[in-house]
Design a protein around this ligand. Sequence first.
Ligand SMILES: *Cc1c(COP(=O)(O)O)cnc(C)c1O
Length: 378
Amino acid sequence: MSFKIPLFDLNFDEREIEAVIKTINSKWVSMGPQCLKLEQKFSAMIGTQYSVSLSSNTAALHLAMIALGIQKGDEVIVPSYTFVASANSIRYVNAIPVFADISGVHDLSVDPIEIEKNITSKTKAILVVHFAGFPVDMNAIMSIANKYKLKVIEDACHGPLSEYKGKKLGSIGDVGCFSFFSNKNISTGEGGILTTNNEDIYQKVKLLRSHGMTTMSYQRASGHATAYDVVDLGYNYRLDDIRASIGNVQLDKLPGDLNKRSQVRRWYDKELKSIDSITVPFADNNEFVSNYILPIVLNDSDIKKREYVRTRLHEEGIQTSVHYPAIHQFSVYKEFSYPLPNTEYVADNEITLPMYSGLSELDVKYVVDTLRSILEDV
Ligand SMILES: *Cc1c(COP(=O)(O)O)cnc(C)c1O
């Protein structure tokens, strides 16, 4: 089905195409100079010392767990209201995900009070998710982490260039992890990056990205090395230069893209204000944010009503999504599950409206007018 207004649109043009052609013509298409350039640009952008390009954010989260020494039986506190990969990364190292509830319909971030309540002698780390690009209360998180000597992993997939008190998201905890999946703010098809100020973490992640080998094929091919040793049990989590060259163009376009998204968000805010049967989360935010998605929550609603509203929107040519079904309610997470009332309400009643830099004021008006008239007769 093709929609009048899709949920998301790629910000691609001739520049991405040219970058790919150039990389192919260079005859080096696996990890090489384009990946290195992407890492340097990314660190400069986020304000961190080190970045490691990877095949996905899931790979970044997995390597973060290993590099931070998270092991079998350790507990890691994580929101359930996020993409499943956030919690999966904890289980890859046989640690235990301990789910913390979100603050509520006005603030979909994990609640620091709920985090502190769940701390035990086994807790080793907190994994936070900056939902939709809006910052978690990092002062509260870092002070809990300092008090209990915990590591902090920022799953900053939604928030490249988003800010918290003058710092970029992903630069505040021990590590920041980002995704370049096609529907994110920076799209390369698949891809991700881990960023940190800790040199030990950086070296460990770089080693594990490529089989635990001491030299890389690009170094050998360019005559800088011949032999290698394998000093750790690593993975193949590399990005490649074709994707990295797209990423380098996307990074250049990101500030302009986010400025347009901020304008789209303001149009939405103005129009959505007149609908009192919904809550627009993060209305109080004053920071610069990425506006990765535009979530709304239906008031006094249930999942049946939400799905009815979405179906009607789809019939009018407006594509929507749901971010997210709660992880603790998935079959494979049954053994880690207990009631999380705020998460469960939002998971059942959230609707993600179209958000991308190419939306016009007229598009936004059409989406909101259609939503308003649907909500008036349910
Ligand atoms: C997209 C996303 C992931 C997964 O990223 P991949 O690059 O697809 O592995 C994890 N967490 C959050 C919050 C995401 O939005």
